[in-house]
Design a protein around this ligand. Structure first.
Ligand code: ADP
Ligand code: MG
Length: 455
């Protein structure tokens, strides 16, 4: 509802009300009390109707003599159930400013950043559903409540959430959008408690919100008091059919440390996962970035985009970072030709080196993972100590070196100070036992995954 329509409506209601009071009052009295134009209907919000007069004495007279008449007439006119408050103008203004000041300091960190829009969000199979759900939040607010978007970091959650807020304000400039990270929510809430503000103020504040966007809800885990508060806010808005959109780095059921009732509330709407972007989406994002920087696509060899999309495929934020680095190198080195693979590789030389180093699995890495998994030191594992526990861990490390790396028995032997026949017999022993012993098999699988995960 727009401000002006609202004012007009209030004025219409007020005129009808005056008419009705006049009909039920001695006309001389009416002129004395209501005739000087100072009596005014200030606001109709929630279930409260606030009237003001200039003088506090007039407010008192009206309150003492006409309150029930005003209340019944107003409720008849509006077919509602308003509670009437009559006050003088200056008390009204003081109170109003106090409420506004409170809501300004409260959540003052929440703001929308205009650079995030639906227009510059590139879609593909990995994020299409999340994108559509976000559009729906704007088009049909309240229909799916809440909308819960989750993904690993850097895949566009904040971008979408901010786009919802920005688009919502374009469509409904008079609405109030609250975008907030759950970290800010926690810290604001703590401030709020410390300031001993009463929870009615907080409720009042949230009743004015038309759409609530909470980013990274996982930071609410473990914060019990804030969760209780959030639960109330959540219910308040859902009951009023106001759209809520939440994002998180994991699905509702994986949010350990979150009260069950919140988890079940979060799962009660539409939950959507953004998965790793496919190559086409990443290339689409790069192309968009190129245009956004006023560059021409023809300046870049196709291989360049492929290279970036391949090497920075798990996180759009990193892809953007790499692209920015490339642009930076272009301004410094001013290549004359098209940007080709050779140029890009030279820009990312450091990354290339680091990757080969970090990505390489060698026997040392296997020793390190196995040792820490059995709470041993690496030197214990490589020593000649033959306690049962250490001997088993050592045999496992040898077995994994053989199965994962296919290292020659001699090479493995050198690391563990054994000859190649000992290595061979240890590897066979573990091989045989793992077939008979499912828990050993499981342990080997876990270790293998762990070793490969560090790739
Ligand atoms: P998250 O909140 O999931 O960690 P962000 O929304 O912050 O991720 O995204 C990281 C960066 O990548 C942002 O700059 C964002 O604009 C950009 N980004 C992510 N996905 C897309 C996409 N599909 N299209 C365009 N830009 C994207
Ligand atoms: Mg984010």
């Amino acid at each position: 509802m727009t401000e002006t329509r609202m004012d007009k409506q209030i004025n219409d209601i007020f005129q009808m009300l005056l008419h009705s009071i006049k009909e039920n009052t001695n006309s001389r009295l009416f002129d004395n009390i209501f005739g000087d134009d100072s009596f005014e209907l200030k606001s109709l919000e929630g279930n409260k109707a606030i009237f003001v007069t200039d003088a506090s004495s007039t407010a008192k007279i009206i309150k003492d003599n006409y309150l029930s008449l005003i209340q019944s007439s107003l409720n008849e006119i509006t077919q509602s159930d308003y509670e009437v408050e009559i006050t003088d103008r200056s008390s009204y203004l003081k109170k109003k400013t106090a409420v506004e000041a409170a809501s300004h300091t409260f959540f003052k960190n929440s703001h929308l950043q205009p650079q995030y829009t639906f227009d510059n969000f590139v879609t593909g199979p990995s994020n299409k559903e999340a994108y559509l759900a976000s559009l729906l939040a704007v088009e049909k607010p309240g229909r799916n409540n809440p909308i819960f978007i989750y993904s690993k970091s850097g895949l566009g959650k904040t971008h979408l959430l901010q786009s919802i807020g920005n688009e919502f304000l374009i469509k409904h400039p008079e609405y109030k959008v609250l975008y907030i990270t759950s970290e800010d929510f926690v810290s604001e809430f703590v401030k709020f408690i410390k300031g001993n503000k009463n929870s009615e103020d907080l409720k009042d504040f949230f009743s004015t919100i038309d759409i609530l966007l909470v980013d990274d809800i996982q930071f609410l885990t473990g914060k019990d008091e804030t969760q209780v508060m959030f639960f109330h806010v959540f219910n308040l808005l859902i009951a009023a059919n106001k759209q809520i959109v939440l994002t998180s780095d994991r699905s509702p059921s994986e949010l350990k440390g979150l009260q069950d009732r919140l988890v079940s509330r979060f799962s009660g709407g539409l939950s959507i996962n953004i998965t790793n972007p496919e190559k086409e989406t990443l290339i689409g994002i790069l192309k968009m970035k190129i245009k956004a920087n006023n560059l021409s696509l023809s300046m870049f060899d196709n291989e360049v985009l492929e290279y970036l999309a391949f090497n920075y495929s798990r996180n759009v934020r990193e892809l953007e970072g790499a692209f920015t680095r490339l642009l930076f190198s272009m301004t410094i080195r001013k290549p004359e030709d098209k940007i080709n693979l050779k140029f890009v590789k030279s820009v990312f030389e450091d990354d290339e080196k680091r990757k080969t180093k970090a990505g390489k699995i060698d026997i040392d890495k296997i020793v390190s993972v196995v040792a820490s998994s059995y709470s041993l030191t690496e030197s214990q594992l490589k020593s000649k100590v033959r306690t049962r526990q250490i001997a088993l861990a050592r045999q496992i490390a040898m077995y994994l070196s053989r199965t994962i790396l296919n290292s020659p028995y001699q090479v493995i032997g050198r690391v563990f100070g054994k000859d190649h026949t000992t290595v061979l017999s240890n590897v066979s022993k573990i091989e045989k036992e793992s077939k008979e012993n499912p828990s050993l098999r499981k342990a080997l699988d876990n270790l293998t995954n762990q070793i490969k995960a560090t790739e």
